[in-house]
Design a protein. Structure first.
Length: 250
């Protein structure tokens, strides 16, 4: 109210002045409020534009131990086309800033906790990683990976036998047993060849070697890196996850 009263009083002072002097008087006394209002309008417009241009995340996952790639777009555009995703309004969140390295206990624990948290709230659908990273993720007590027999059909699994990554679920059972707290994960004896289920007590297929996908290599890895991909067991988008696995096998 005081501000409005002030404006009325000022108007009485300048109403008989020439137009140029009116503007000079107005600018001298009100330029700061005017600038603040204009800045507020600009910020509001930018905020509205940002929200309008923000894409909906319809699929997400982790790419562990990524190297600097060439281009992500060809890889994801191919998936969008095959899965019927509108790339103009929808997108994928691929978290590629996570690492799991031999001997880095604290780093690995932090990464695993982040991945577990993402899976727990059903915000993750896939995990891609090199052999060591995949093994660390596979042998957690939370059972992050889905059994591929529940994701892909039997014919597909038979076709890619020899490229499938198995875990020995008896090791995870041990971690979840009363003795699990006394077991040091680094001291466990893991299968020497994760692609050979005959050496395991309870083999479960959880990943597939997709190293031959050049577009994935260029997007996230180096050409000499072996890459496995697995479906997250708690995914809220099982059909899209299945389509992603099938896309990687083309």
């Amino acid at each position: 109210m005081k501000f409005i009263k002030r404006i009325k009083e000022d108007w009485q002072k300048v109403k008989d002045l020439p137009t140029k002097e009116k503007w000079e008087y107005f600018w001298d006394y009100y330029k700061i409020p005017v600038i603040c209002i204009l800045l507020a309008i600009v910020l509001v417009v930018q905020g509205v534009a940002s929200v309008a241009n923000q894409k909906e995340i319809v699929f997400s996952g982790f790419c562990i131990n990524c190297k600097i790639g060439i281009d992500e777009e060809p890889f994801w555009n191919g998936f969008y086309e095959s899965a019927g995703i509108d790339g103009k309004t929808q997108t994928t969140a691929c978290y590629s800033d996570v690492q799991i390295m031999p001997g880095q206990i604290q780093l690995n624990n932090n990464t695993i906790q982040r991945i577990i948290a993402g899976c727990a709230v059903q915000d993750s659908d896939f995990i891609v990683g090199d052999p060591y990273a995949f093994q660390v993720c596979a042998y957690t007590s939370q059972k992050l990976f889905a059994d591929l027999r529940e994701v892909l059909d039997e014919k597909t699994l038979e076709k890619y036998e020899g490229q499938i990554y198995y875990i020995d679920e008896s090791i995870i059972d041990l971690l979840n047993s009363p003795l699990g707290e006394q077991v040091e994960p680094n001291a466990l004896e893991y299968p020497k060849d994760p692609k050979d289920p005959t050496t395991m007590k309870k083999p479960i297929p959880v990943g597939i070697d997709v190293s031959r996908r050049e577009d994935l290599q260029k997007a996230y890895y180096l050409d000499d890196t072996t890459i496995y991909v697995g479906a997250v067991r708690s995914t809220a988008r099982p059909e899209l996850t299945k389509q992603f696995m099938e896309y990687l096998l083309k």
